[in-house]
Design a protein around this ligand. Structure first.
Ligand code: NAD
Length: 333
């Protein structure tokens, strides 16, 4: 008998890569649902044995209760972060949860570096000008990345890749983490207190998970501790940054550049084509008006290699569960 899996928040690439990964398997039967998992859509889990979720699907206590009532026994996250899942509620209802802890730290680290280069050298603005036959360099001056100090908050898999790339640029790297990464110490990265990192970095890149301890890590007080004109890059989770506080920091000039691949209120907006709709999020719209803010729609992970690895690991996790084997990627509260 095949285990039925409801894949929420399905996009074209999910169908393609998960479809390929599961095509030869007879004990997994995947159904693709385009909707996000929310309180309204949770009853759609009826008839499935498991659900497969992504970053914008919500599995809070109430939704987990609905999933349990619909006899869901397994949640396969097809992402690394699981801040959107109430693990305690899952445990209470005997629902196992797995994730894809690593699929391509390079993809995310490289995207963060791309954001630094674009904010600094303004390629998009130059390209747009040149297409209008405006070959002026006015306003395009950047800075040498070489020799600058980069602060890395969170030095796990992605933070390590990012640090190695920035080391290649000739930057001095300061790191803050609750746990030192010996490979980075060997590379010459200096672990410091957060206050020191904030005060001494020309660029700060966030690579720690969103937890109660890291929620709004970037706020009015921490922004004030930074160098005037600092560059902040967030490819981790939107909730690490207080949006009103960074808007104020940009308006005052304290923040010189802001690169966001993630945004606190991105659910229901990022990944969607809203080009013929009125976007009602005033903070998002305000961020979009600044010339020194670059936003991407949670695409840092989005490489072919990452999609392939996500599909493979998600399938392996589901197979472990279907065959009653223990799975190294299961997480508990
Ligand atoms: P990881 O678990 O390998 O590393 C996270 C690091 O953060 C660890 O070294 C950990 O010790 C550290 N950390 C934990 N609590 C901390 C705290 N309070 N202060 C400072 N550091 C702390 O994770 P990873 O694979 O490097 O991923 C990092 C984050 O990137 C994920 O949590 C996820 O939110 C985000 N991410 C984003 C995308 C994207 O497409 N934008 C894709 C994948 C992951």
């Amino acid at each position: 008998m095949a285990f039925r899996v409801g894949v929420f928040s399905t996009k074209k690439h999910d169908r393609e890569f998960l479809g390929q990964a599961t095509s030869s398997l007879t004990n997994l039967d995947l159904s693709y649902l385009e909707v996000r998992l929310t309180e309204e859509t949770a009853p759609l889990a009826r008839g499935f044995d498991a659900v497969c979720l992504f970053v914008h699907d919500l599995a809070n206590q109430a939704i987990v209760e609905t999933l349990a009532a619909e006899k869901i026994r397994y949640i396969a996250m097809r992402c690394a972060g699981f801040n959107n899942v109430d693990l305690n509620a899952c445990q209470t209802h005997g629902i196992k949860v797995s994730r894809v802890p690593a699929y391509s730290p390079y993809a995310v680290a490289e995207h963060a570096v791309g954001m630094i280069l674009e904010l600094n050298r303004k390629y998009f603005r130059a390209h747009t000008r040149i297409r209008e036959n405006n070959f002026s360099l006015d306003g395009l001056a950047g800075f040498d990345v070489h020799g600058k100090t980069v602060g890395v908050v969170g030095t796990g898999k992605i933070g390590e890749c990012f640090s190695r790339i920035m080391n290649g640029f000739g930057c001095e790297i300061l790191a803050y983490d609750i746990q030192e990464n010996p490979a980075l110490v060997e590379l010459g990265v200096a672990y410091v207190e957060l206050e020191t990192l904030l005060a001494q970095s020309d660029m700060i890149s966030l690579h720690c998970p969103l937890l109660p301890q890291t929620h709004h890590l970037i706020n009015e007080a921490t922004i004030q501790q930074m160098k005037p004109g600092v560059m902040i890059i967030n490819t981790s989770r939107g909730g690490l940054i207080s949006t009103p506080d960074v808007i104020q920091g940009i308006k005052s000039g304290q923040i010189g550049y802001l690169g966001l691949d993630v945004y606190e209120e991105e659910e229901g907006v990022f990944f969607e084509d809203l080009s013929d709709q009125i976007v009602t999020d005033d903070q998002l719209m305000r961020l979009n008006t600044f010339p020194n803010v670059l936003m991407t729609s949670h695409q840092a992970f989005f490489t072919r290699e990452a999609l392939l690895n996500i599909a493979r690991t998600t399938t392996e996790n589901l197979m472990c569960w279907a065959e009653g084997k223990s799975c190294p990627n299961e997480i508990s509260g």
